[in-house]
Design a protein around this ligand. Structure first.
Ligand code: PBG
Length: 340
């Protein structure tokens, strides 16, 4: 009890009616002066979906406002990102189902969509904007899993052997930030080693260290064409959403193995996890506002169920929870809700 009294004494330095917390809220200018969290373009990473062919800007059913781009139309969205001063884009391919197989072989094809897009962006824009690429096999496998399957189970060590090749290929193409999103054990250390051995010691590793087996990924899986293929869930490699301590173990391991940045994913239902990673480690913590979060919000706004200012409230909650940056499908529209 006395502990609570002490705490209150620390927080409350007066008494109503002398003390009125509403004074600081009376006008917009004072609210802006005392704000504790804010957002700028530096806080965003824009995900971009890629599609083969020419002159395509394709809508994605569950994600109004988000599109798949053919390589020759990428300049549209990259120009926009650069003009908004978004520091980095994340590339995700919609792979033609004919190119998919059990091993995700297309991941290692230097002319796959991601490789072509990296070369295009680097040639045209140099280092004006960063490129981040997922390391995982799910856009390329005929079963939709992030790794190869052995006796009905996603095989950790066999998958790692492919992932290190995928990561090295992306680095050779010019990718700046390698982002393993596969949740295999031990892959960060192995990827760091292979990058360093091949002269890529400055390529960063952003580990999706804390990735939950979430129900909020479905629109993304539609966007990359893996949803219909996936017959089961990903619970034997992605994390159980009941767990918190395990998230800290994942982060600790990945930092030891050489991660430069860690990610928590999804975002909104996991703000507590972002906060606890932030409190326990001194490393940049990114958060991913995933496709399902985006779809819920954007569809509700479209139907006028909620007001579009909910987007800012949602994104600010990531910063309040301690996120360093946010991967968001709203990143190309920050002008709509940030003060410019
Ligand atoms: C693939 C990957 C996924 C997402 C990013 N990378 C889906 C999954 O793990 O099934 C989800 C992103 C989103 O939903 O926006 N490993």
């Amino acid at each position: 009890m006395s502990h609570i009294k002490n705490l209150l004494r620390m927080i409350i330095t007066g008494k109503y009616p002398n003390l009125r917390l509403r004074r600081n809220r009376k006008f917009d200018w004072t609210r802006r002066l005392i704000e504790e969290s804010s957002l700028s373009s530096n806080d965003f990473i824009l995900p971009i979906f890629l599609i083969d062919g020419k002159n395509k800007i394709q809508t994605i059913k569950a994600m109004p406002g988000v599109y798949r781009y053919s390589i020759n139309k990428l300049n549209r969205i990259i120009d926009k990102a650069i003009s908004l001063k978004i520091p980095m884009v994340a590339l995700f391919p919609y792979t033609n189902s004919k190119l998919k197989d059990k091993f995700g072989s297309e991941a290692l094809n230097e002319n796959n969509l991601v490789c072509k897009a990296i070369r295009y962006i680097k040639k045209k824009y140099k280092n004006e904007i960063g490129i981040m690429c997922d390391v995982a096999l799910d856009p390329y496998t005929s079963h939709g899993h992030d790794g190869i399957i052995k006796s009905g189970y996603v095989d950790n060590d066999g998958t790692n052997e492919i992932l290190i090749k995928q990561a090295l290929l992306q680095a050779q193409m010019g990718c700046d930030v390698i982002a393993p999103s596969d949740m295999m054990d031990g892959r960060i250390g192995k990827i760091r080693k292979v990058l360093d051995k091949n002269g890529h010691e400055l390529i960063q590793i952003l580990s999706y260290a804390v990735k939950y087996a979430s129900n909020f990924y479905s629109p993304f899986r539609n966007a990359v064409g893996s949803n219909n293929l996936l017959k089961s869930d990903k619970k034997n490699y992605q994390m159980d959403f009941r767990n918190n301590n395990e998230a800290l173990r994942e982060v600790a391991l990945d930092i030891k193995e050489g991660a430069d940045i860690v990610m928590v994913k999804p975002g909104l239902p996991y703000l507590d996890i972002i906060r606890s990673v932030r409190n326990n480690f001194k490393i940049p913590v990114f958060a991913y506002q995933v496709s399902g979060e985006y779809s819920l919000m954007e569809n509700a706004i479209k139907k006028k169920i909620i007001n579009k200012n909910a987007v800012l409230e949602n994104l600010i909650s990531f910063k309040r929870a301690g996120a360093t940056a946010i991967v968001s499908y709203y990143a190309d529209r920050i002008k709509d809700f940030l003060n410019y």
